[in-house]
Design a protein around this ligand. Structure first.
Ligand code: XMP
Length: 515
């Protein structure tokens, strides 16, 4: 674990907001990690947190299968803050009561601070807006606890023991709609738990570099650079630690966007002076994909072919002992969430059986970071901004943006349309405001006119979304003038694409990608 100072443990009872709690705490400069509530005591002790936050949960504390944590957590003498279900669990544990028939409360509510000496509510006005999301409510406070806050529907909206080392609140301070949410979390960290708040990307780099050196010694490490932000930051970080012992490999699978492989090669070889092996395997990928229309089938072929090619390339470095992967924290939590291992781990984070096949141990230097933190580490490492702020790009690349069978001609048209769209988004300074933007070639042909001739060509769809994490997304309200300009350019400059449509679906129910 890459933390050397203060750290907070967040025990996850299944709330949709758990990741958000970790982000908020880290934004306040304190390192935080999430463990499922079922984590054994020894794992919690090994993490050695200075404070503990109990998350919310969709469950009721009285349900037969109600999530619980090790009872010893409450006697570890660490400051504890319970949020929503966390509050109810504290009440339950210390002899209070929870009312199942209470009025449900979702959305904004007003709370009143009832204990003006409360450190948790220090510098917070008597009345303020919070975000509630609960069915059950507290009906009786435990002995030796007192009320710190109340709301209309939840008279016991906040409770604490005498010295506030254990406290709970019914609402969600991690959600932006809670007016003084950040202040409440910061009061818990700095007023109650007395933490320092000095965690930063530079710290992370320093301690990670030290760990990588210790782990690797004088051995060789290989790294597959996809061109995405995560693998790039991981590679540069490992390069900073061990210099020429890292051997990078970039495979062009023929499904990259225009100029992408060239940019990867240029950035890494010329800008960072990193040893980079470039393999153009586009013919092999496109051969194997010929005639395939099913998206799952495409993904499988691409995954398998990638491993075949990487294994061949990696065989050049026979003495390699490690493989760097750009796994980031959301992927890790997804796989060990309290709700059970997720079946939807993204395939691009998975190099299949390669590590076992080649007896390579994994190095995942970003496995504790969120995407925006990865970007900050990348910036601190001097990776150019236009590389760092790039939109996420799916592992199977353009294969899932050519709907139906993939041909070189369709890929070329897609690349041209996509390049125009992205170039204009950058020129109009709309790129950073969108989470992802891209073109899709549809297997639908429509009639057009070119001069005196009628044409019959594929439709191209433009998709741009805003999102915080890709889990939900809304279609981007791009200016009409902008869309008109892009559509004109595509129709004029890309042979064979005369009809352009803009996707106005949000996620859910649609997904971001079309396949
Ligand atoms: P969806 O389309 O599911 O996308 O709303 C959510 C995020 O995941 C990316 N995505 C993929 N990434 N392999 C990947 O590596 C895939 O098959 C894949 N499908 C979607 C998508 O670009 C978005 O960021």
């Amino acid at each position: 674990m890459a933390h050397s100072g203060d750290s907070v443990l967040i025990l996850d009872f299944g709330s949709q907001y758990t990741q958000l709690i970790a982000r908020r705490v880290r934004e306040l400069g304190v390192y935080a990690e999430i463990l499922p509530c079922t984590a054994p005591l020894r794992e919690i002790e090994a993490f050695n947190p200075r404070a503990i936050i109990l998350s919310g949960s969709p469950s009721s504390v009285y349900a037969a299968d109600a999530p619980r944590c090790a009872a010893e957590v409450f006697s570890m003498q660490k400051p504890i803050l319970g949020l929503c279900y966390g509050l109810q669990l504290i009440a339950h544990e210390f002899g209070g009561a929870v009312d199942k028939s209470a009025r449900r409360e979702y959305g904004r509510a007003e709370i009143r601070v009832e204990d003006k000496n409360s450190r948790l509510f220090k510098d917070i006005p008597v009345a303020s807006t919070v975000w509630m999301s609960h069915g059950d409510s507290l009906s009786k406070i435990p002995p030796d606890f007192h009320i710190t806050a109340s709301s209309h529907n939840a008279p016991l909206a906040g409770i604490a023991n005498k010295d506030e080392s254990i406290s709970g609140i019914q609402f969600h301070p991690e959600v932006v709609h809670t007016e003084f949410g950040t202040r409440i979390l910061s009061n818990f960290l700095f007023e109650i738990a007395r933490l320092k708040g000095d965690w930063s990307p530079e710290d992370y780099i320093e301690s990670t570099v030290r760990q990588i050196r210790e782990t690797v010694g004088s051995d060789t490490v290989i790294c597959a650079l996809s061109g995405g932000v995560d693998s790039a930051v991981a590679a540069v970080l490992v390069h900073k630690a061990i210099g020429r012992q890292i051997k990078c490999i970039h495979v062009d699978n023929g499904l990259m966007r225009r100029g992408e492989s060239a940019e990867v090669v240029h950035t890494f070889r010329d800008h960072f002076g990193i040893d980079l092996d470039f393999r153009d395997a586009s013919e092999l990928f496109l051969d194997r994909l010929a005639g395939v229309t099913d998206p799952e089938q495409k993904r499988k072929i691409i995954g398998r072919t990638f491993i075949d090619v990487l294994a061949e390339e990696a065989a050049k470095f026979r003495d390699a002992k490690f493989l760097v992967q750009g796994t980031i924290y959301p992927d890790v939590i997804e796989s060990k969430s309290f709700k059970g291992p997720s079946a939807t781990i993204k395939t691009h984070h998975n190099v299949g059986g390669l590590p076992e096949q080649m007896h390579l141990k994994l190095i995942e230097p970003l496995r504790e970071l969120f995407k925006d933190e990865v970007r900050n580490v990348g910036r601190a490492l001097g990776i150019p901004e236009h590389f760092i702020d790039r939109h996420p790009f799916p592992g199977p690349g353009l294969a899932i943006r050519v709907i139906g069978d993939i041909t070189k001609q369709k890929l070329e048209r897609l690349r041209s349309a996509d390049a125009i769209f992205i170039e204009e988004l950058r020129a109009w300074e709309l790129y950073p405001a969108t989470w992802q933007a891209f073109a899709v070639v549809l297997p639908v042909q429509t009639v057009g006119v070119m001069g005196d001739e009628r044409t019959y060509e594929n439709v191209v769809a433009l998709r741009a979304v805003t999102s915080v994490d890709g889990m939900t997304a809304d279609w981007a309200r791009l200016p009409h003038d902008f869309l008109a300009h892009v559509s004109n350019r595509i129709a004029n400059e890309v042979r064979g694409l005369s009809r352009v449509v803009y996707d106005i679906s949000s996620k859910p129910p649609a997904t971001i990608e079309w396949e």
